[in-house]
Every structure is written in C-alpha cells, then in structure tokens.
Design a protein around this ligand. Structure first.
Ligand code: NAP
Length: 335
C-alpha cells in the first residue's frame, strides 16, 4: 500500500549543500524533510583535512559535516533515511517517490545528490574493489601502513589523498596522465616536497593485477614513449574526478554534456519549483563553500516559490490544484 505526506520542501541529499538548504528552509518556516540514502554529510566525510572552509583554518571533513548536521538538527530539520526512486513533476505539487513505496507531495524540491567517484574502467578495477582498489583514503588507508600504494589522478583530491596516504604508507606513487598537475599550487608544492611521494608523469594505468591476497601490481603505460611496465604495489587509490548523481533528475530538466544540471542564478532548473545545487549543478568550481552557498540560494528561492504557490492555492478555495484535478478524475469533486 502506498501512502503520501505533504511538504513545502523536500531536499534530496544530505551533503553540505542539502544540510545548508535545510538550515535556511527551517528558518523560513517551511515544512521540510531532507531525504538521504546513505551517511549524512556527503563526500566531504571522506576528506581527512579541510583547510579552506571559511572560519575553519583546519578541520576534518567528518567534523565539518557533523557541525552542519547538528546545526540543521538544532532547527528541527526532519531527516529521512531512505532512497528516492523517482521525482515526478506536478503542477502545484511535485511527487517524490521513495524506495519503500511512500510518496512525498511537495511544492518545491531541491536536488542535492552530489556525485560519485569516476572510475578508470580498466581490467581489475571492479574485480579487486575492496581487495586493494579503493576510492577513499580515509576509509582504507589504515590497511596500507608501511606498504606501497599507487594513487591515480592529478587534481585536488588525488594530491590531498596522496598526502594523507604518505603519512601511513612506506611509498606513494602518484600516477598522472599529463606533465602538469591540475591541483592547486599549495597542494602541488606539498606533494613535491613530500619525500615519500614519487610522481610518475605522462603515465596512465591500464590494468590492475592481483593474487590471492589482493592487489599486487598495476600495469602502467608511458604516454610519450608508449612503453608499458608493471609496478608492484599493495593498493590502488583512484581519484580522477566525480560523476554527478543525476539518476533521479526528472525529464524536462536540462543537463550539460557531463550530466550536470543547468540552472538559473536561483539554482532553479527548467522545471518550476525544482532546484539543483552543489556538485550536481553545472558550475565553475566544486568546493564545500560553494555547495553550501547553493543550498542557501535554493532554499531562499524555494521559500519565495512556495509562498507564491500557497497564495495561488488559497485564492482557489485553498485546495491544491493537483488535488482538485486528481479528485475530479476520481469523481470526488465536480470538474
Ligand atoms: P578533478 O579536478 O576533475 O581532477 C581529476 C584528475 O583526474 C585530473 O588530474 C585528471 O587529469 C585526472 N583524470 C580524469 N580522468 C582520468 C582518466 N580516465 N585517467 C587518468 N586520469 C584522469 O577532480 P577532483 O580532484 O576529484 O576534484 C573535483 C572538484 O573538487 C574540483 O573542482 C576540486 O577543485 C574540488 N576539490 C577541492 C578540494 C579543496 O579545495 N581542498 C579538495 C578536493 C576536491 P587532467 O588533469 O589531465 O584532466
């Protein structure tokens, strides 16, 4: 049996963007629920060190996420631990369908589903995931104390995670496909100054090999000479960017070629009352502070939208338009 509940705002995703939206929504007195399928806090929970969130010179991702959560909960934000299976746009009410069969009817929706680690798509990557292949240094680094690891990627994440792993492992190879890192200058300098980290430039990883105890080697290809070789390693950490989690973005919402949702400056999508924020949204830079800023923008815009919708509903005898239409179809109300 399916049941439904009515809200002003449903926020999907509990990372920095979603939780900030929750804080602003509660302050705007909207009836709000945040739906999160996994751990509240989002990708940032996996970051060992965060040094660029204003007001926090140095903190961990998990600590920062906890502060966001506590702040949202202090305002009484309802948090539902559930998977969203579909967002169905409507006229006055949008419908958020949950995996457990329930439906949340809501004036506004904020999509804050973030992204997931991009995969290399090479032999051994899926087979040996959890047996030496990892996408999270904070989660799995401990298993590689005094061992050798390979980190793939050249951005902020790869360099930060290489630095974290260098504190535990005996040797870290940073494998990058170009001759220049994409990471910020401060991280580049730290990586180059770390005697445990060796950067393998112009190199791609083409296969991961394992034995009975897990990963044993990676096959590397020099992009300049074309030469290949095997490098012995106990683990492979892959940080080559993120894919937006856009599976539940409804039809009618515009996305760019990378699958990021396109919005206006209010973070509103092509569908009225449906907003997208954080790493899901097309933008110049991906930062925790930007996700948080998106969350506040979208919640403020959603509050305005909900007020307008309710104003329109009250002139129509305070019965939501969708309800009138649906009830008329069932014969409960005259059309
Ligand atoms: P990113 O900036 O997109 O970097 C991805 C890296 O992986 C690039 O160096 C890229 O190489 C490489 N790469 C991509 N596909 C590859 C493939 N198939 N094979 C080999 N290498 C591949 O991703 P990110 O580092 O995860 O960062 C994502 C966003 O979060 C960025 O905006 C970043 O600034 C932000 N971030 C910020 C912080 C911070 O401020 N402390 C920390 C983490 C992340 P190329 O360079 O050749 O393209």
């Amino acid at each position: 049996m399916t049941t439904s509940q009515a809200y002003d705002l449903v926020i999907i995703g509990g990372g920095p963007g979603g939780l900030t939206a929750g804080i602003y929504a509660m302050r705007a007195a909207m009836k709000t629920v945040l739906v999160e399928r996994g751990v509240t806090g989002g990708q940032v929970v996996m970051s060992d060190e965060v040094e660029n969130y204003p007001g926090f010179e140095h903190t961990s991702g998990a600590e920062l996420a906890m502060k966001f959560l506590e702040h949202a909960q202090a305002y009484g934000l309802e948090i539902l631990s559930q998977e969203v299976s579909e967002v169905e746009p409507g006229l006055n009410y949008h419908h958020v369908h949950l995996a457990d069969g329930r439906t949340l009817d809501t004036h506004a929706v904020i999509l804050a589903t973030g992204g997931s680690p991009r995969k290399l798509g090479i032999p051994g990557e899926d087979e040996y995931y959890g047996r030496g292949v990892s996408y999270c240094a904070v989660c799995d680094g401990f298993f590689f104390r005094n061992k050798t690891v390979v980190v793939v990627g050249g951005g902020d994440t790869a360099t930060e995670e290489a630095l974290y792993l260098a504190k535990l492992a005996a040797k870290v190879y940073l494998v990058h496909r170009r001759d220049e890192l994409r990471a910020s200058k401060i991280l580049q300098k730290r990586v180059m100054d770390d005697c445990k980290i060796e950067i393998l430039w112009n190199t791609v990883t083409t296969a991961i090999k394992a034995g009975t105890d897990g990963v044993e080697a990676v096959t590397l290809e020099d992009t300049v000479s074309g030469q290949t070789r095997d490098l012995l390693t106990d683990g492979v950490f892959i940080f080559i960017g993120f894919e937006p989690n856009n599976q539940i973005v409804p039809a009618g919402v515009r996305m760019n070629a990378d699958g990021n949702v396109m919005t206006d400056e209010k973070c509103e999508t092509a569908l009225q009352g449906i907003f997208a924020i954080g790493d899901l949204r097309e933008k110049y830079a991906r930062q925790i502070v930007i996700s948080a800023a998106d969350g506040s923008t979208a919640a403020l815009a959603a509050a305005h939208y909900v007020e307008t919708q309710k104003g329109q509903s009250s002139t129509a005898c305070e019965i939501p338009a969708d309800f009138v239409e649906e009830s008329a179809e069932l014969g409960a109300l005259p059309k």
